[in-house]
Design a protein around this ligand. Sequence first.
Ligand code: HEM
Ligand code: FES
Length: 777
Amino acid sequence: MVGQTTNNANECPFSGTAPEAQGCPISDPAAMAREFDAFQGPYQLDPAEALRWSRDQLPVFYAPKLGYWVVSRYDDIKSVFRDAILFSPRNVLEKITPATQEAQEILKSYDYGMARTMVNEDEPAHMVRRRALLDHFMPEKLEQQQDMVRRLTREKMDAFIDSGRVDLIDGMLYEVPLLVALHFLGVPEDEIATLKTFTLAHSVNTWGKPSDQKQIEVAHDVGRFWQYAGEIIEKMRAQPEGTGWMHHTIRMNAEIPEVVTDSYVHSMMMAIIVAAHETTSLASANMFKTLLAHRDAWNDICADPTLIPNAVEECLRYAGSTVAWRRQTTAPTTLNGVDLPEGAKLLIVQASGNQDERHFEGGDTLDIYRDNAIDHLTFGYGAHQCMGKNIGRMEMRIFLEEVTRRLPHLRLADQEFVYMPNTSFRGPDELWVEWDPAQNPERADASATRLYRSFSVGPPARRDIARKVRIAEVRREADGILGLTIEDAQRRALPKWSAGSHIELCVGDYDRKYSLCGSPDDDSYSVAILREDLGRGGSRHIHDTIHAGAEIRMRGPSNLFRLDETAPHVVLVAGGIGITPILAMADRLKTLGRSYELHYAGRSRSTMAFLDRVTRDHGAVLSLYPRDERRRMDLPALVAGLAEGAQIYACGPERLLSALETLTDDLPEGTFHFEHFSSNAAGIDPDNEQAFQAELTDSGLVLDVAADTTLLDAIMAAGIDVACDCREGLCGSCEVAVIEGEIDHRDVVLTRAERAESKRMMTCCSRAKGGARIKLA
Ligand code: HEM
Ligand code: FES
């Protein structure tokens, strides 16, 4: 938890302090907090944009109109999701607008008794139940459902494909997810129209702000829905051999009634239809609306369907259907410097976290090539992360694949979008689209209806997430260093990036990461690549083969080396080719008018890239240390002379970084930031590895990690999503907590002290020492 440290989140944190560097600050964040209204105004128009001021200035604030603490930054939301004990989910299905007396009476008359299900159950009851009921959600089980989803999608499309105009929601996106949900659950399909009224009423009842009059109508529908859910269960109990998840749940209710309780079964029957259906319908509608409004992205998908899985993830990030979730503190605590009392109710706004620039480069723009789109929080995170995420993904992929293939010329019709006012679910009521049926590809070639691309169930494959780029220029930056200018293959502007960002170039069989060092205002990118004759071959290959005009693929940009632009003073230290991210940081600090100094060491001037540029642009604060001129950086003096609050950012050879790490050991956390050129964790050599076992205490699973597998892959294969970005021990995203066992740490993320403590490990590269069994949280 980092960031501002005000204890009173209702007071302006900036009185007497310098405003943050990002854009013009709202002059009175306290007033914004007081006025925050989740049911109308900017939040209903665009929740992420409506909370931009909060992300920048007051990331945790109390909203008196709602009676909730609002949390808007990615890291804070994730840390709340991560700790389901301190931040209990018990209020997830609570009526956010309390029921009137009359509505309560009506609900009572139906014996309405919505209780804990899964999503709002506390530990330890929740995890035992989740484990008992998880099996049906495993990717290999879901593969069998793909044909059914495609058949239903096609039937719906066949009905409107020649019409030229349709409300996609009415025509397909409402009913298919409902039918898929019913099929998955094993619930009879005969009452779709009734269910439509009921699920809407349940959403308004739980997350909306109905008027007193509307509460009466809603209470009747919710009461009937409750009774209807009970009747369905009775019908299902009468079919002990029935298939589907609810049948399985009912059987588990008989087998382990203390885990899968009666009250759970009834409440879940009602909640799951909304959980499985509304979420997916709305997310699919948002996806089509978003992509049709971003024509380049739509056209790219039509031309290359392999982009679909990541495009779906990016749409879930950029315009997800669950925009905010709830939690309640079980003890007094502090979140990003704000004191929260026991029982504090939190509205954690995933839509805002999903566009947080601190985690997603250019977070407020859609980029279907974004390589960390999958980090979005739309499915939640941690112990309660959506069990049905792979069903939702599967449906959205099939919708997008069928529609882009059969109607690539589809466009949004002119219309005003209407949304149901509520805190948590978002998607338009209608989505009108148009096209010229004469242009339908299947009229010219009937195979367009039949031939399709399918995707395996689960998260997107990383190899498919890469954009096509062209090398615009190759130049010599210094001895042994090539400079490349990279542009989009279709000459579109490449995404915006921030100082410290890197990209990954895919050249031949090599995928290699390089820091960006041009100007963030350019539409193209610049990198500098040192030829490493003793390296793993990537830089040699690029030096030997790359030429202007070459078309290659590229991932990113991502930023794992972020600059704190509010530090009172920044010391930048570069060794050799490590100048690339450091130069971008120096440029940024200069543009912002911040206080900084730049130290740049190298073998000799002829091997030091960008010497002219650094001298021209940063001469006043620059110290150069060419070794052949016997100039050496005095690191102890540099660290000893650090002003209070100053931060060091360094990139360069291992010995430089480890010397600085040792020297800054006793300084406050957050003083020293570094980026390695490469990691020591380059792949596994099965001949020299030992298999081991990892017990996951949250889920009770025991995983066998073979000698040729990483722990990360073993966890993913068990159907559990672990965030991962670099897969080579560099980024820290795949960290898990270690409860027991000795770890062979191979990452460069943990400090020496943390490694010695062995309370965390990076699953992508680190292993159990000596093949022993380890226990993880
Ligand atoms: C939980 C979103 C589809 C079943 C959740 C949560 C969210 C969510 C935000 C709470 C996560 C947390 O507290 O960390 C979505 C979205 C979907 C989707 C955006 C579609 C795009 C589905 C489907 C099903 C499903 C299709 C079932 C067929 C569940 C269940 C839970 C859950 C059972 C409770 C998990 C637990 O508490 O352990 N979902 N969901 N969801 N979802 Fe989904
Ligand atoms: Fe980056 Fe493991 S994925 S450290």
